[in-house]
Design a protein around this ligand. Structure first.
Ligand code: HEC
Length: 103
C-alpha cells in the first residue's frame, strides 16, 4: 500500500511539474516576460493586459517580429491596429524562451 501511494505521489508530481513549468526554457521565458512585458501585457498571457492584448499561443514568428521589429509576419492579422509597442533588441537571444513560455 505504501509503495502504491509513493508511486501515485511521484506520478502526480511529474505531471504537475510539466504543467507548472519545471521546464527550464519555460521558466526563463516567464522571467523575461515578467521583466519586460507585463507593464503592458497581462501577467497571465491568456488575458488582455492594461495596454497590450493577450499573447498566449502566439506563433514564434509573431513574437520575433514584434519584439525585434515593430512589424508583423507577412499575412498575420494583428489583434490591435495601434503602434504602441516598442522593440526590445536586447532580447534577441531570449526569443526562444519567450516562445516556450507563450506557447
Ligand atoms: C509599452 C507597452 C508594451 C510592452 C512593454 C510590450 N508590449 Fe507587446 N504590445 C503592446 C501593444 C499596445 C500591442 C498592440 C499593437 C501595438 O500597439 O503595438 C502589443 C502587441 C504585441 C504582440 C502582437 C499580438 C497580436 O497577436 O497581434 C505580441 C506578440 C507582443 N506584443 C509581445 C510582447 C512581448 C513578448 C513583450 C515583452 C518582451 C511585449 N510585447 C512588451 C504593448 C507592449
Amino acid at each position: 500500500m505504501l509503495i502504491f501511494l509513493l508511486i501515485l505521489a511521484a506520478s502526480a508530481c511529474s505531471k504537475e511539474s510539466e504543467q507548472s513549468g519545471q521546464n527550464p526554457d519555460w521558466k526563463r521565458g516567464r522571467a523575461v516576460y515578467v521583466a519586460n512585458c507585463v507593464a503592458c501585457h497581462n501577467s497571465d498571457p491568456s488575458k488582455d493586459g492594461p495596454i497590450g492584448p493577450a499573447l498566449k499561443g502566439s506563433p514564434p514568428e509573431l513574437i520575433e517580429y514584434r519584439v525585434l521589429r515593430t512589424q508583423y509576419p507577412p499575412g498575420y492579422k494583428p489583434k490591435r491596429h495601434t503602434q504602441v509597442m516598442p522593440t526590445f533588441p536586447f532580447l534577441k537571444t531570449e526569443i526562444p524562451y519567450l516562445v516556450a513560455y507563450l506557447r
